[in-house]
Design a binder for this molecule. Sequence first.
Ligand code: HEM
Ligand SMILES: *[C@@H]1O[C@H](CO)[C@@H](O)[C@H](O)[C@H]1NC(C)=O
Ligand SMILES: *[C@@H]1O[C@H](CO)[C@@H](O)[C@H](O)[C@H]1NC(C)=O
Ligand SMILES: *[C@@H]1O[C@H](CO)[C@@H](O)[C@H](O)[C@H]1NC(C)=O
Length: 329
Amino acid sequence: MGSFTFFLFFVCILFVTSYAQLTENFYEQTCPRLPNIVRREVKKAIETDIRAGAKLIRFHFHDCFVQGCDGSVLLEDPPGFESELNGLGNLGIQGLEIVDAIKAAVERECPGVVSCADILAQASKDSVDVQGGPSWRVLYGRRDSRTANKTGADELPSPFEDLPPLQKKFRDVGLNSTDLVALSGAHTFGRSRCLFFSGRFSNFSGSGQPDPTLDPTYRQELERACTGPETRVNFDPTTPDTFDKNYYTNLLANKGLLQSDQVLFSTQGAETVEIVRRMASRQETFFRQFRLSMIKMGNIKPLTGNQGEIRRNCRRVNDLGGETGHDVM
Ligand code: HEM
Ligand SMILES: *[C@@H]1O[C@H](CO)[C@@H](O)[C@H](O)[C@H]1NC(C)=O
Ligand SMILES: *[C@@H]1O[C@H](CO)[C@@H](O)[C@H](O)[C@H]1NC(C)=O
Ligand SMILES: *[C@@H]1O[C@H](CO)[C@@H](O)[C@H](O)[C@H]1NC(C)=O
């Protein structure tokens, strides 16, 4: 009895320390209009740049995978650390100015209150739902790091990887194969540069042949579209800017753009194959899982309480040679 009570107590402690810090109503008193401000700014950004939403959710993913969802990815020149923006996985990443615009709007109404990490979480939800995808209740309360880890950004999941290393990188942050498949579904919108998939066109992995899991007709279309390594191509050839389940129906037709996309379906005997089929079968199945997996990803090792800080400018830590020179706008 005594030891069982102790066990229950321990389970509660574990539960509290790993989940209970983020809450829906964290800014209810301090910035009640936060959801409206962010949503308005995301919509505005998408009006001038149809890719704005894709850029924002990718930032949230790259943030959460490196030392947790703490805004570390946004730091351009963190004192004592090399920027994650110089990491392999972030080379050429776009959209920092969109984050700036959202942050500036939030600061105008609620100065010094809302973290950049929370802004990325909220903006990701709005991006998905503005482009036709599911909506969900965002949890808040993350704080911003004063550190970064460039090595972590070098080791982000790579488009050239096979399934087992991708699964391992997700498992390392508490995400399983269902999450991997569901979150990869974000490649239903946005673009990729040709350098990340042109190796599939010929002599794939030294085989002398194109990637056999790339549909030949689609391959020829891609070869024509790719006029150079930096050319950007739609992830989803069917509905490029809509958040829907077509990412999965594309995989069933060998029309995944990256190797890391197609391996989810084309790896013989993998548990992900059935998960792809399930997501492809019903949009609501994908949407339901995507919501759950986004919340799970957003819960990765946040800084809370008095850890870290609330950055004024998402690109810089506070208190660097006087804050005034470093404010947004
Ligand atoms: C499974 C491992 C993943 C790999 C290997 C991967 C890789 C990539 C690559 C190579 C690009 C193109 C970047 C460029 O051209 O500069 C890209 C873009 C993108 N990724 Fe992923 N990604 C993965 C997972 C995710 C996840 C989990 C999300 C979000 C939940 C995501 C969202 C996006 C979006 C929306 C874009 C398009 C961005 C734009 O148009 O600027 N990706 N990804
Ligand atoms: C940075 O990330 C790498 C790779 O994930 C990890 O091995 C290393 O311990 C991290 N460094 C710090 C200081 O946390
Ligand atoms: C992944 O974890 C979720 C709970 O977060 C669970 O429902 C699901 O079955 C797991 N998937 C796999 C393939 O283990
Ligand atoms: C294909 O790649 C392999 C290994 O990199 C190389 O030895 C071979 O010469 C290449 N073949 C062609 C036709 O380029």
